[in-house]
Write a protein of this length. Structure first.
Length: 217
């Protein structure tokens, strides 16, 4: 049995407390004109998808629990050995302060990064039992911190020009991550290495522009 298995209870890994997604399509009401001017102004549409949401939950881990997992840590046993708070510290002390850009930069330049770790005195070594190296599970709950959120706007501008009654040409310009917002992936959740709290990737690519031409008949 695992006496501290209660700390395995945590939010689902796909849980996002707040999530807003909007799809829209607006056929632009431009004035009708005869001749070439009318062809230029007809058939314009603006569409897109907006996604604004919280990040995923983060469970901060630390290699340990060896007394319960055969002496080699808990990796591969289906059990996560969570971190251990120092006396007087708790969930409210985990997150670092500043903008997401400042927290990312801090982690990559020797600072704590996205969350405080052992060097900041928030987490300590797990308690030992039956001699050195046999550590218990930490007391930190799972999912105690939310990762970076997203604010992503994908847009498209399309122009459909009718050639004949059953034929038309459509030009489309698509913009993914239109405003080129940096949207970061989860930080390294393990205190066991030297990169705890560091964010080294993004969850959404930088702005991509795609052009397309389609003949409809």
């Amino acid at each position: 049995m695992y006496p501290y298995l209660i700390h395995q209870y945590e939010p689902n890994n796909n849980y996002r407390p707040h999530r807003f997604v909007m799809n829209y399509l607006w056929n632009l009401p431009l004035p009708q004109r005869p001749g070439v001017a009318g062809k230029v102004m007809e058939g314009w549409a603006w569409s897109g998808v907006v996604t604004i949401q919280n990040g995923y939950p983060i469970t901060i881990t630390d290699l340990g629990g060896s007394v319960f997992c055969g002496g080699n840590g808990c990796s591969g046993n289906g059990v996560v050995s969570t971190a251990n708070f120092c006396p007087g510290k708790w969930v409210q002390d985990v997150a670092t302060h500043g903008s997401i850009q400042q927290r990312v930069t801090s982690g990559l330049t020797g600072g704590p990064g996205y969350f405080n770790g052992k060097a900041e005195g928030v987490f300590c070594q797990q308690p030992t039992v039956n001699g050195p190296g046999n550590t218990l599970f930490g007391n930190a709950p799972g999912g105690i911190l939310l990762g970076p959120g997203q604010n992503n706007w994908d847009m498209s501008i399309a122009k459909t020009t009718r050639i004949r009654e059953s034929q038309s040409v459509q030009f489309r310009a698509e913009f993914f991550n239109t405003f080129n917002h940096p949207q970061f992936s989860l930080p390294n959740p393990s205190l066991s290495g030297g990169s705890a709290g560091q964010i080294t990737g993004t969850s959404v690519s930088p702005r991509i522009i795609q052009l397309a031409l389609k003949y409809l008949f």
